[in-house]
Design a protein around this ligand. Structure first.
Ligand code: SAM
Length: 336
């Protein structure tokens, strides 16, 4: 994700702050325990580990025996095989950078489970990271009647907004509660996910992209390639919260202090170039990568190329008239 590097600097600063203010006696810190939650299995999985290990290496000069444990979490269907088969070359790079002895003290493991459940033993983590994952709900809100839409949209029925918000409250509360058991006192969490910039849940910065996808599905319905009732019964299991909603849940749980909140805005299209067709394709490739598997499960594979062709056209047209941004929320929490 394009904003990954921006939020990595918050991760590194948080770890530096922990080592400066909380681990004053390096002798007693034998192992720094980290979890990357919703890690996926792509380049960012390794970029995160590499940057965090480098940061801890630089901070642990006085403590040659410090060990690092990184637990990678994602759902069972995540390609953990891809991660584990790339580990030998990852360790080789670590050895080249920091020497054999240090590389032997980095322990990487995986936990396949939903982050809305308990993942690890009580008080077993110093630092938890999650990037681009927590806007995924545990399920589509139940009993949605959302004809012609696949997410919240300007002209949705009021119960749709309520149902999405309630599902997010349930899921995010559960996430916070489960992590509160696993993180040691003064431990930190840096969480980054998609959100929205204003309280209105029908605002363009959270709905527009998905509404264009809904319209593209309906385009393909009008070509009689997919059924209208299949679009009516499809809704995305995501929620893009307003920051106050996130803060309210954290306050209600009472286990964490909010140390920092950052709200980033990233243009949908990567650069300010004039080639809106290319920009549209970039946005659509990104959305396709994260939605392909649920779309295939619901609609089958056959006509998805038609849907994404229409989607690219619609996004391109949208970008010609409007600059729309992704809103990214990063929140840094400290366990009480
Ligand atoms: C867009 S990827 C983010 C990958 C990586 N963290 C990054 O920033 O590039 C979102 C990941 O969250 C995972 N995910 C979604 N819901 C989850 C859940 N309930 N428990 C664990 N992982 C989940 C997905 O399987 C996916 O791998």
């Amino acid at each position: 994700m394009r904003w990954f590097n921006t939020t990595l600097s918050i991760v590194k600063d948080t770890i530096k702050e922990m080592f400066t203010n909380h681990f004053t006696s390096f002798e007693i810190l034998e192992s720094f325990k980290i979890a990357d939650i919703g890690c996926a299995s792509g380049p960012n999985t390794f970029l995160f580990m590499s940057e965090v290990i480098d940061t801890v290496y630089n901070l642990s000069n006085q403590n040659k025996s410090l060990e690092i444990s990184i637990v990678l979490n994602d759902l069972h269907k995540n390609d953990f095989n891809n991660i584990f088969s790339a580990l030998p070359s990852f360790y080789k790079q670590l050895q080249e950078k920091h020497g054999y002895e240090f590389s032997q003290k980095c322990f990487i493991s995986g936990v396949a489970a939903s982050f809305y459940e308990r993942l690890l033993p009580c008080k077993s983590l110093h630092f938890v990271h999650s990037s681009s994952s927590l806007h995924w709900l545990s399920q589509v809100p139940k009993n949605l009647e959302n004809k012609g839409h696949i997410y919240m949209a300007k002209d949705c029925l009021p119960h749709v907004f309520e149902a999405y918000k309630n599902q997010f409250y349930k899921d995010f509360s559960s996430f916070i509660n489960k992590r509160s058991h696993e993180i040691l006192p003064s431990g930190r969490m840096v969480l980054t996910f998609l959100g929205r910039s204003i309280p209105d849940p029908s605002s363009n910065d959270c709905c527009c992209l998905w509404e264009l996808l809904a319209q593209s599905l309906l385009d393909v319905v009008s070509q009689r390639l997919i059924k209208e009732e299949d679009v009516d019964s499809f809704n995305l299991p995501i929620y893009t919260p307003y920051i106050d909603e996130v803060k309210e849940i954290i306050m209600n749980d009472m286990s964490f202090d909010v140390k920092k909140i950052a709200i980033f805005k990233h243009n949908w299209d990567q650069d300010d170039n004039d080639d809106k067709k290319k920009s549209g394709e970039i946005v659509v490739n990104f959305i396709r990568a994260v939605t392909q598997s649920i779309l295939v499960t619901h609609f089958g594979e056959l006509f998805l190329n038609n849907v994404f062709k229409r989607y690219a056209e619609r996004v391109t047209n949208h970008l010609k008239t409007e600059k729309t941004k992704f809103i990214i929320l990063t929140i840094c929490l400290m366990k009480k």
